[in-house]
Write a protein that binds this ligand. Sequence first.
Ligand code: 1YM
Length: 643
Amino acid sequence: MAQMSKGSPSYEASDITVLEGLEPVRIRPGMYIGSTGPSGLHHLLVEIIDNAIDEAMAGYCTRIDVTLMANGSARVIDDGRGIPVDDHPNYPGKSAAEVVYTTLHAGGKFGDAGYKVSGGLHGVGASVVNALSTELNLEIYRNDHHYQLFFKNGGKPQGKLKIVGPSPKGRTGTTVTFTPDPKIFDDVDFRAQTVTERLQIMAFLNRGLEIRFVDERKGREAKETFKYNGGIVDYVRHLNNAKESLFRKVGFYEQAEESQEVEVAFQWNSGYYESIHSFANGISTIEGGMHEEGFRKAITNVVNRYARKRNLLKEKDENLLGEDIREGLTAIISVRLTEPQFEGQTKGKLGNVSIRSLVERATNEKLADWLEENPKEGGQVVAKAIQASRARMAARQARDLTRRKSALDGAGLPGKLVDCSSNDPRECELFIVEGNSAGGSAKDARNPRNQAILPIRGKILNVEKARSDKILKNTEIQALISAIGAGVEADFDVTKVRYDKIILMADADVDGSHIRTLLLTFFFRQMTELVNNGHIYVAQPPLFSTLVGKEKVYLGDDTQKTKFLLDNPTHKNDFQRLKGLGEMDYDELRDTTMDPTKRALLQITVEQAALADEVCSILMGDDVPQRRHFIQTNAKDVRFLDI
Ligand code: 1YM
């Protein structure tokens, strides 16, 4: 470690300015990293990795090592040029490296000073990481020297950047090791999965770059290397891996201008949903933006033109819509540009207009070429889009029919719905119950004022394996749609939902789990806002009950039973194993699922619903009814057990 030069007045003077420099970050960390929760913590690591990635994008770095160390710190190593060590022109007496780590600078200043990174941010986040760390060790390998500068207590440099030894032959690069400050963060424990997911995407987006991950923490030791010579082509393959692709090839094209470039990879699968992921300078643009707009517009044009040229679409036929063409499409759009403008609520939308025309032009020319060169695949794309357009029209009819039906028979509620009397959705609950007998007992145990029961027959349709028209014609699904009362798919309006809580009540066995998975997939795909806004719950009836005096005590599972026995060593009464919902008596059902003061409900998160969806898209193909598979979510308490 570099020694602190105690007693040196000039050092102390600079020390104060530095502290002033980074103070705002420690006072309002949220302004710089979003939050002091897990996302903020991981943001620190991402900032440092991004600097290494910038160096890779500039063409100087081929490998990045990320290590979660046993003592809780994180280390990032790159083999780039090393951060410049000479004095920064605007800060006499300070190395550029020190300035990068101690001033809250905008990228521009460094650009002015002659350091140029194409599209890079010149390490703007490095000082923020330093400010929020108890210790940060910066090592630079450059000019055949090994330099070091150590910071403590939120970014205080402990001396100047010093040469501590020679650089091993030819070695250049930067190594940063930092310890997040537990006074700032709620929790300073990095989650390996969060880190590796990010690293994998970075590796996909930077073709050929090798990113190694090592977890050295006790009991969690792990190693993983990400390197994709196919770049985003490999990314598309990865995304479609579990799906049935329409053809083997993954398409790719790219185009560059002076200050911006685009890369697109694409493949269709036999499913019915589109999955377009876009990025700007390696940052995910979850809300889309100009690059996606350009792509969507052009792909619609190109495929229509191609279909007409090959006479797959006749003169009298209407044009295919974009949504028809994008059905089952998996695509990655990755753009790089010098001054990306991130807009929108979560800053996840790319605003640069110039990129739209680049992506549009590239797609118009190169996707058309690809279709010409791959006539077999081109034909398959058009055939699928034509099927999608037919289904779209049939779905419209089915939807109209559902609407007309509701207009005719009064409130339009399904016959088997046992509705509640309250008209205030905020207090209303809908129980979706498997089977008629369970529905019967639920009807007895409910509070008729605000609890409604909808019995459904067996397994509903797997919406991952069916097109819109078929989904909307399914009676069980029609009953769900009209009971909830807020439309479906793009027409779904969450403000019209008739119940605040929609509670899935299925047995704790294989069949029950299967039904829950199908229902969650339906909500995830067709009533997405219901999941996003936390309206979906799963009732979790306990497995055991026992009498303590006259009071019946319920125990969720074997673990709870064991714990109960440990806590109550003198307990002598038997344990009843509760049967399926259909066989529960009035009191049992009320205590475990209907009475808000006693029951256990699990609110379903978007991640859980997405997992159900994945299960449905991978495992529950109509074609493989015999295949059994078991998936357990991270939230131990929902299980998707599937046939
Ligand atoms: C483990 C983190 O920060 N690598 C890194 C950072 C820089 C450079 C190389 C670099 C940039 C330039 C020239 C340039 C940075 N330099 C600066 C600044 N890895 C990590 N690797 N030479 C080297 O931008 O022209 C900021 S970041 F501003 F000092 F140039």
